[in-house]
Design a protein around this ligand. Structure first.
Ligand code: PMP
Length: 344
């Protein structure tokens, strides 16, 4: 059990690794002996500027991001990128391809006003192909990087960052909201090949143009200082665990542990087929759905929070991001068994 013996399985914001949470607590009072909270410093403070640089350098190292990619730390949610990607990457073209595999890729389709499709039939006129390697709501995950036939590949890696090993070099652009595996809400990471920057639609408002953020090093507007700082702590933590590949393997192990418990049970069942199961998000439900409310109430009483499924799907869901220790998953699998013994 964690220090608190309580675990949150929600999809974001999520549990932080305990050392990260403790460090934030201290830095909120006195950041690096400055006598000021990390929340009180100006974005022009030298120590903060050095911190921003370090976070970028750490991210480049951990994700192996080459110099010909810009790394941007932008305000707002991943949803903002549903609009910024077409504003910046269409380059006068009128066609894009989107793989529609679940709720979040569907929202990206909507903002780009692109038709969705079932079987991938790629349009050779497309400016880019967008997909979502891990669909958080549906709990599905690609086991390969789709072949875009040479077209620029764009990915929403909000749930894939540090849960799926991805080689940035295969993408023109990836983006991820921070409140899952990169810390806390309020920032979205964008990693974009520099060749794709500087071609925004002329009607693009300044603050939505990647070129502006590249030029100002993500400080065109007062930057999201706090989530940027927390991202640095998360990256330190990932490095201490052994790096990105180790983080992904831990995530996979946790999901397998949970799936084994669900598959082995007569009372719980998982809708996602074996080859498409995501590590970061495990949807499941009770075979007797009348027990769902009772399950959630009893789980909360046992210290297991955030298990209610996304409103679009109902049922149950356990998200397993970096801050979820194996002990949390064991607590959940133990609870599933116990609940089944009482109600099965
Ligand atoms: N894409 C994916 C895959 C997500 O899981 C989410 C949020 N859960 C989003 C986009 C939207 O992120 P935000 O709330 O930061 O806009």
């Amino acid at each position: 059990m964690s220090a608190l013996g309580r675990y949150i399985f929600s999809a974001g914001p999520v549990m932080l690794p305990r050392p990260v949470r403790d460090r934030i607590r201290d830095d909120l009072v006195d950041w690096r002996g400055t006598g000021f909270s990390v929340l009180e410093l100006s974005q022009w403070d030298d120590a903060l500027l050095a911190m921003f640089d370090k976070v970028e350098a750490d991210l480049r190292e951990l994700l192996d991001v080459p110099d010909d990619y810009a790394v941007l730390f932008l305000h707002g949610g991943a949803s903002n990128q549903f609009a910024m990607v077409p504003m910046n990457l269409l380059c006068g073209r009128r066609h894009v391809d989107y793989l529609h595999t679940g709720l979040w890729s569907g929202k990206a389709v909507h903002d780009a006003r692109a038709p969705s499709m079932g079987e991938p039939r790629l349009d050779e006129r497309a400016a880019y192909l967008h997909y979502t390697p891990v669909e958080t709501v549906h709990g599905v995950q690609f086991d390969h990087v789709p072949d875009s036939g040479g077209t620029t590949l764009v990915a929403d890696i909000s749930s894939a960052l540090f849960s799926v090993d991805l080689d940035v070099r295969r993408f023109g652009l990836v983006y991820a909201s921070a409140q899952k595996n990169l810390g806390v809400v309020g920032m979205t990471l964008v990693i974009v090949h520099r060749d794709l920057i500087g071609h925004a639609d002329p009607r693009t408002p300044t603050t939505f143009d990647y070129a502006v953020h590249e030029r100002t090093r993500s400080r065109f507007t007062t930057p999201p200082i706090f989530p940027w700082y927390v991202a640095g702590l998360m990256l330190d933590w990932v490095r201490e665990q052994g790096g990105a590949a180790v983080a992904c393997a831990a995530s996979r192990r946790n999901a397998e542990l949970l799936y084994a418990a669900i598959d082995g049970s007569g009372l719980f069942t998982a809708p996602v087929e074996f080859g498409s199961r995501a590590s970061a998000s495990v949807p499941f439900h009770l075979t007797d759905t009348r027990l769902t409310g009772r399950f959630i109430a009893e789980a909360e009483a046992a210290g297991l929070h955030g298990l209610r499924g996304h409103p679009a799907l109902g049922g149950l869901r356990a998200c397993l991001y970096l801050g979820m220790p194996e002990a949390g998953v064991q607590a959940l699998t133990g609870f599933l068994k116990e609940f089944e013994a009482r109600h099965g």
